[in-house]
Each structure stands twice: as structure tokens, then as C-alpha cells.
Design a protein around this ligand. Structure first.
Ligand code: GAL
Length: 460
């Protein structure tokens, strides 16, 4: 049988079948004589419909291809050593899971987000939100973005992915309001870490100090031995970072927390003493601090130009990134006087209302909350995962110690990194701090702090 007859025979068979079954309810019944014609017509109609359906299918496919060939623009300030590498590691996991979504890295340089957050604010004001951005759990998130109604709740992601079973209970209230959860935490960082140069300490017969007085004595000894600035510090946000750790050391965790919940008195003698401690700490700091990034300041320690640096544990990610080994190139201890306390912050990603690529943003958040995402990001970033079910074998010695401390220590929040104060209060504290760094006047600093608490803090 030649191939050109095949369609005709098939058509005929189809017509006979139709005739045998009778027409449909709304079709006139075909007589024996015109059944073949009708069948041919019907079949032609069917073919046209099939073609239409196929066209539609192709269009759908094209559209979903377009949706898949999507972009997700993620905003952060992770451009520097350690930080950018951590982000890259998570982007790799994202690319494996969502190969059709292009990742657009909208990171803006500047430690602690000092520049990035200003850029983000301008973009949000202009209605140009990225698909997701990095924010801090706590007052920064709730008091800024949630207060401005800029975020979608992400409870559905927590439910779908079972995250409530694996994310720390302490963290959920800090990312929630009225039962709505507003971000996906990717890590826990520790703020109250003091990094030291083990060789300098050993050469000078100094044990890592555990109290403020021991620390002062150690720095006096180093200065006497010819090191002018044993404590490395950088630009102003790093001075605030140092400040919050000294407040904790001097006031203890109850006194420290009371400053943020309105039950403490910023004008008290205890706060005066804490500010005096801070003023003394600053006497050991390098004079070019304001010109240095946090990486520059951390580097002074591993290079042997300073003995100590107080910085969050992203510094550990940096030390490793630039090739130093734990306990050899750098050592660590809680900031003197803060042992037993874990002053924490958490980087978390949000889903903005009206995200330009909402589905792609949800894909990113799914990776940020996943075990694969967190176990890729954190060992490099120098943070411990927010999830409690991480694979410990992937983490280095410092991070394992941080995991244990996170589980056992008293947990308090960071000021500089968004946990305890909203943006308005923090910015007033920052202004007061700037003046103090210039004039060293403890009394003036304390009055400005009292005023800040009254105007935008919990003392209102
Ligand atoms: C913090 C942030 C960290 C780290 C640090 C230095 O605010 O939470 O992830 O990036 O700034 O830039």
C-alpha cells in the first residue's frame, strides 16, 4: 500500500466509526450517503481544532519558557572578602536548582550595609524594589520595612518547607509581627568576638584577656613594648560595633537588654561607667581608623600590626579567604567581659510587595532557607546556619565553637546590625557617637544618648 493512500483509508475508517456510533446530541444524524462527507468535514474541523490547540500549547510553552527564563535581582552588601564568596557559594546552589532563572547580583559595597541601605531606601522610595534584599532580623526588619508595609508575609514558605521545625525559636519572634513571618533567615552571626594575633600574644607572654581590666593591662603591656595601637578599628560603624560590645561587657546582659526595652536608664551611673570604659578602650585604637574598612582593620591583626580587633565573625570568613589558618594566623575569644553571652544578628532575605519577579524571588528564598543553601553559604561566610540541622562536618573549628556557644550562651541582640534598635533610634545613637569620637566628651555623649532614647527609642 502506497503511503499516499494511508490518510484516506484512516479517514474512511474514522467515518465508519462515527457512523456506527451515531452523531452527537447536537449534531444532525448523518445519512448513509453523506456520512463520508460529514466525517471528512468533521475530521477537517477536528484537525483545525487540533492545530489551534497545538498553537495554544506552543504559546503556553513559550510563555512558560519566558517565565522560566526569568531573572531574580537580589540586593545585599556582600561584595568584600569572605562575604562575596559566601554569596557566590549560595548562588551556585541556586543555579543548580533553578537553571532557568538568571541571578542578578545587585550588591552595593560597604561593610554593615552603610552605603547599600541608603541606595535601597532610594530605590524603594522610587518604587524600584529589587526582587529580594538582605535585611537584619529584629528591629531593622520590623521597625523599618514591615512598619512601612513594604513586605509580603512568608508564612507559606515556612509551612511548605517545614522551616518552623528547624529554625531557632528565639529567631521567629524577631522576624514576625501579628502572626506573620516577614523574612527567611540564612544565618546567625556573632558580634562580640575579639580576634587576636596568637604570635604577638605569645611573644609578649599575654593570655587572651577575659575581663576588661585584663584587656587594659594587656594593651598597656603591648604599648610599653612599643606597639602604639594594639587594638585595630575601622570606619564609624565599626566604632559602634565596638561600642555595643563594651556596653555588654560593662553592664552585663540584663543591664544591656534594659537599654533597649525601655526598662533601663540611659542616664544612670552604670551607663556613665560603661561610657568611660569605652572611652578608655578607644585610647588603644589606631589613629587612622576612620579611613579603614572593617577588612583593613581585621587585616592589621593577621599582619601583626595590631594585637586585637573586635569584629563580627564575618572576619573569620575573611581571614580564611585571604589564606590564614585558625589558631595560627588568628585566635578568638569573646570580647573581654562578655564571656557566656552571644551577641547575635541574623541576615535574612525578604519578599517585597510587588516584587518584579515574584516567582523567582520565592525560588531564591527557598534556597536561602534550605539546608543546601545554608550549608554552602555559611562555612564560607563565617556564620553558623540559622537552621539547627546543619551538617557540622562542613564547618571549621571557629564555627563549631560558635554553634556550641549559640546553643549554650545567653543570647542578646546587636545594635549595629539591626536587632535591638530601629533605624531612627540607631541613627540618633550614631550621630551622638560621631560627636563623641571627635570630642571624647563622655558627659555630652551620655546626654545625647538619653535624648535619643526619649525621641526615637523605647523611652518615648
Ligand atoms: C553585617 C552583616 C554581615 C556582614 C557585615 C559586614 O551587617 O549582617 O553579614 O556582611 O555586616 O559587612
Amino acid at each position: 500500500m502506497s503511503r499516499k493512500f494511508t490518510p484516506f483509508i484512516l479517514l474512511l475508517l474514522f467515518a465508519m466509526l462515527l457512523a456506527a456510533c451515531g452523531g452527537t446530541a447536537d449534531e444532525p444524524e448523518a445519512s448513509d450517503t453523506d456520512s463520508a462527507d460529514t466525517a471528512a468535514d468533521t475530521s477537517a474541523d477536528d484537525e483545525a481544532m487540533d492545530e489551534e490547540a497545538m498553537d495554544e500549547e506552543a504559546m503556553d510553552e513559550e510563555m512558560s519558557d519566558e517565565a522560566m527564563a526569568d531573572t531574580v535581582e537580589v540586593f545585599s552588601w556582600w561584595t568584600g572578602g569572605g562575604e562575596a564568596a559566601g554569596l557566590e557559594a549560595m548562588i551556585e546552589v541556586f543555579a543548580e536548582k533553578y537553571p532557568d532563572i538568571t541571578f542578578e547580583n545587585a550588591a552595593v559595597a560597604g561593610g554593615a550595609g552603610t552605603n547599600a541601605r541608603a541606595v535601597l531606601a532610594t530605590r524603594l522610595q522610587a518604587g524600584d524594589a529589587p526582587d529580594s534584599w538582605q535585611g537584619h532580623a529584629g528591629q531593622e526588619l520590623i521597625g523599618t520595612y514591615v512598619a512601612a508595609d513594604q513586605l509580603e508575609p512568608v508564612n507559606f514558605l515556612f509551612e511548605e518547607n517545614g522551616w518552623l521545625d528547624v529554625m531557632p525559636e528565639t529567631l521567629i519572634p524577631l522576624i514576625s509581627q501579628d502572626g506573620n513571618i516577614y523574612s527567611v533567615p540564612v544565618n546567625i552571626h556573632r558580634a562580640n568576638v575579639m580576634w587576636y594575633n596568637p604570635t604577638i600574644l605569645a611573644d609578649n607572654g599575654i593570655e587572651p584577656p577575659t575581663t576588661l581590666d585584663d584587656w587594659f593591662a594587656a594593651m598597656d603591656a603591648l604599648q610599653a613594648a612599643g606597639m602604639d595601637a594594639p587594638l585595630a578599628m575601622g570606619e564609624q560603624w565599626t566604632a559602634m560595633h565596638l561600642f555595643e560590645t563594651v556596653l555588654l561587657a560593662s553592664l552585663g546582659p540584663d543591664g544591656y537588654e534594659a537599654l533597649w526595652d525601655g526598662s533601663g536608664d540611659w542616664g544612670s551611673l552604670e551607663v556613665t561607667a560603661a561610657l568611660e570604659d569605652y572611652a578608655k578602650v578607644l585610647t588603644y585604637v589606631n589613629s587612622d581608623a576612620s579611613a579603614l574598612t572593617w577588612q583593613d582593620a581585621s587585616q592589621l591583626v593577621v599582619n601583626g600590626d595590631a594585637a586585637f580587633n573586635v569584629m563580627g565573625d564575618w572576619a573569620e570568613g575573611y581571614f580564611r579567604e585571604i589564606g590564614f589558618e585558625p589558631n595560627d594566623g588568628y585566635g578568638w575569644t569573646p570580647v573581654p567581659g562578655t564571656n557566656g553571652n552571644f551577641q547575635f544578628l541574623s541576615d535574612s532575605f525578604v519578599l517585597p510587595k510587588g516584587a518584579p519577579h515574584r516567582d523567582a524571588a520565592i525560588a531564591w528564598l527557598t534556597v536561602a532557607g534550605s539546608i543546601e543553601g545554608q550549608d554552602a553559604f555559611n562555612p564560607v561566610k563565617g556564620s553558623i546556619p540559622a537552621r539547627s540541622d546543619a551538617d557540622r562536618s562542613l564547618y571549621g573549628e571557629y564555627l563549631l565553637s560558635a554553634m556550641d556557644d549559640w546553643a549554650n550562651d545567653r543570647v542578646v541582640g546587636s545594635l549595629t546590625h539591626g536587632v535591638v534598635a530601629n533605624d531612627a533610634f540607631k541613627s540618633e545613637i550614631d550621630t551622638a557617637l560621631g560627636l563623641f569620637l571627635a570630642d571624647g566628651n563622655v558627659e555630652g555623649f551620655q546626654s545625647a544618648l538619653v535624648a535619643a532614647c526619649a525621641s526615637s527609642g523605647p523611652c518615648q
